[in-house]
Ligand binder design. Structure first.
Ligand code: TXE
Length: 481
C-alpha cells in the first residue's frame, strides 16, 4: 500500500507522530493508501523551512522564478495520464473529467501565474508638479494555503501558483480526503528544481494541520477554499491576528432559464452544470428556475436525458458520473433527498444510491437526482447539498425569479439563459453573485476575478487580484520641490 509523505524543506518526510490516516478509494469503498496524520510539529518545521527559503526566493529575478514554474507546469502536462488516474482514484470522479479538466487546469494555473508575474506592474500617481507617488508591492512572507477535496489538484495549484509566483513561500494543506495528487506534485516540484522550502506540503486533518497553519504567528496570510462553516472558524482565529484572508466558500447557485433561450444549448449545458463532478463543484447550478411557459417541455426533456447519464466505474470512458467523495458525504447528500420529500418535493428521477457490481459494489454512487414541487425558501433550496441533486421550479416574471435567486445566504455564481440582450444585462446587474454566466457555464478566463459575496466568501482570486492578495502594497511619496 502506498504511503504518502509530507514535503518539507525539499524532502519527502514522515510525520513527527508517525501516525497515518486511511485513504479510501470512493469507487470501491476500500482503503488504498495512507496519509500522514501530521500535527503542529510538522507545521512548525514547514514554516521554519519556508521562512529560511523566503529571502532568496523573493529576491530571485522574476524570470528565473517564472522558468521554474513553467517547468512544473510542463511536468504536470507530461504526467497527465498518471495524475488523472490518481485524481480519479482519490476522488471518485471519472478519469475522462480529470484528464480534460482537473489536470490540464492545474498545469495552466502554474503556467498562467509563471507568465502573469512577468507582466505585473505597480501604479504611479502624479500630483501635478508637487509630488509623485509610486506603489511598491512586496510578497508577504509565508502564505498558508488550505484546499478542499472536490477539485483537488486544480484548487490546490490555484492558490500555490500565485503565492510563489509573487515571491512568497508556502505552507500548504490539501484535503485529507484527497491528498494523492498534492503528494505527486511534491515529487514534480523536486524534479523541476524548485528550491527547498519554497513550497511545503503538510498532510493531515483540518482540525490539526489546518488549525495549526491558521493560528501560526509567522503565517500572516491564509488562502482557503472549502465549507462556509470552516471559513467562519478560520476567520474567527485569524481576525485577532490581523491576517490577510481570502475565503472561497460554498454556493447554492441559481440556473435561470427564460422561455426565449436556445433550448438545446440550455439543456445540454444544464446537464453539465447540474451533474459535472457528481455535482460537487461550488459553481454547479443546483436550483433550476424555468419560465412557466416552457416548464413542462423543459422538465420532460431534461429528466429523459438525466436518466440516460451513466453512473459507473470512473475508468470507463462512457461513465458520466463516478462516485461521490466519501461514504459520509454520500449519506449527507441522500439525507437531503429525504428532507426534500418531507418538504413536499417529488423525485422525478434518481434519489437513490446506485449499487454497481464486483469490485465497485461498495463504492459511493448516487443516481443523478431531479426534484420538483418545492418552494424556493425550503431547506433543500437554501442549504448547500454539494452532490448530484437539482430542483426544478417555475417562475412567471423577472422580478419574481430575482427574489428566488437572491434568497439564499450564498452568492457565488449564477447562470442565465436568454437570447434577450437587454434582459441579460439587467438580470446580471441585479443578481447578488460574484460571477454571472450568460448562455454558458464554467467558461473561465483566468484573468477574471473569481469569488463570491455573502456567505460565499471574502476576497477574489484570479488574474492580478490574486497577485494583489499575495503582496503588500507600499506607497512611496516623493515631493518634487
Ligand atoms: O470542507 P472543509 P469539507 C463544502 C461542501 C461540503 C462542505 C464540507 O458543502 O459538503 O463544504 O466539505 C480543512 N482549520 N465545500 O469537509 O471541512 C480541511 O482539512 C483549518 C465547498 O471538505 O471546509 C480541508 O483541507 N482548516 C467547497 C479544507 O479545510 C480546516 C469545496 C476544506 O475542508 C479546518 C469543498 C480548520 N478548523 C467543500 N477544518 C467549495 N466552495 O469549493 C477543516 N479544514
Amino acid at each position: 500500500m502506498q504511503t504518502i509523505k509530507n514535503y518539507i524543506n525539499g524532502e519527502l518526510l514522515e510525520p513527527f507522530g508517525k501516525q497515518y490516516i486511511d485513504n479510501y478509494n470512493p469507487s470501491t469503498g476500500k482503503v488504498y493508501s495512507l496519509i500522514p496524520d501530521s500535527d503542529e510539529r510538522d507545521v512548525e518545521l514547514a514554516t521554519k523551512a519556508a521562512l529560511i527559503a523566503f529571502p532568496s526566493w523573493s529576491a530571485m529575478p522574476k524570470d528565473e522564478r517564472s522558468r521554474i514554474m513553467v517547468r512544473i507546469s510542463e511536468l504536470i502536462e507530461k504526467n497527465l495520464d498518471r495524475l488523472a488516474i490518481a485524481e480519479s482514484m482519490d476522488n471518485g470522479k471519472p478519469i475522462s473529467l480529470a484528464k480534460t479538466v482537473d489536470i490540464p487546469r492545474a498545469a495552466s494555473n502554474f503556467y498562467f501565474y509563471a507568465t502573469s508575474i512577468l507582466h505585473y506592474a505597480s501604479e504611479s500617481h502624479a500630483m501635478e508638479d508637487t509630488a509623485i507617488n509610486y506603489t511598491v508591492r512586496t510578497p508577504v512572507g509565508v502564505a498558508g494555503c488550505i484546499s478542499p477535496w472536490n477539485l483537488p489538484l486544480y484548487l490546490f495549484t490555484w492558490k500555490i501558483a500565485p503565492a510563489i509566483a509573487s515571491g512568497n513561500c508556502v505552507v500548504a494543506k490539501p484535503s485529507e480526503i484527497t491528498p494523492m495528487t498534492a503528494f505527486l506534485l511534491s515529487e514534480l516540484c523536486i524534479e523541476a528544481g524548485l528550491p527547498k522550502g519554497v513550497l511545503n506540503i503538510v498532510h493531515g486533518y483540518g482540525h490539526k494541520v489546518g488549525a495549526a497553519i491558521t493560528a501560526h504567528p509567522k503565517i500572516p496570510l491564509i488562502s482557503f477554499t472549502g465549507g462556509t462553516k470552516t471559513g467562519a472558524e478560520i476567520a474567527r482565529v485569524a481576525a485577532p491576528m490581523f491576517k490577510k484572508l481570502s475565503l472561497e466558500l460554498g454556493g447554492k447557485n441559481p440556473n435561470i432559464i427564460f422561455a426565449d433561450c436556445d433550448f438545446e444549448k440550455t439543456i445540454r449545458t444544464t446537464l453539465q452544470s447540474s451533474f459535472a463532478n457528481q455535482g460537487q463543484i461550488c459553481l454547479c447550478g443546483s436550483r433550476i428556475f424555468i419560465e412557466r411557459s416552457i416548464y413542462e417541455k423543459f422538465k420532460i426533456e431534461f429528466v429523459e436525458r438525466v436518466k440516460k447519464l451513466k453512473v459507473g466505474n470512473p475508468a470507463d470512458a462512457d461513465s458520466k458520473l463516478g462516485a461521490v467523495v466519501s461514504k459520509s458525504h454520500m449519506e449527507k447528500v441522500l439525507s437531503y433527498v429525504d428532507i426534500a420529500k418531507q418538504e413536499g418535493g417529488t423525485v422525478l428521477c434518481g434519489g437513490n444510491q446506485v449499487k454497481l457490481d464486483g469490485e465497485f459494489a461498495d463504492g459511493y454512487y448516487i443516481a443523478p437526482t431531479v426534484i420538483e414541487g418545492l418552494t424556493y425558501d425550503c431547506r433543500t433550496n437554501q442549504e448547500e447539498i454539494f452532490g448530484p441533486v437539482v430542483t426544478l421550479m417555475p417562475f412567471d416574471t423577472e422580478e419574481e425569479v430575482l427574489v428566488y435567486a437572491n434568497s439564499t445566504q450564498y452568492g457565488l455564481a449564477a447562470i442565465l439563459w436568454t437570447e434577450n440582450l437587454t434582459r441579460a444585462h439587467r438580470m446580471a446587474n441585479n443578481l447578488h453573485s460574484g460571477i454571472v454566466w450568460i448562455n454558458c457555464w464554467l467558461l473561465r478566463d483566468l484573468r477574471t476575478p473569481f469569488g463570491g459575496v455573502k456567505s460565499s466568501g471574502v476576497g477574489r482570486e484570479g488574474g492580478f487580484e490574486a497577485l494583489h492578495f499575495f503582496t503588500e502594497p507600499k506607497n512611496v511619496c516623493i515631493k518634487l520641490k
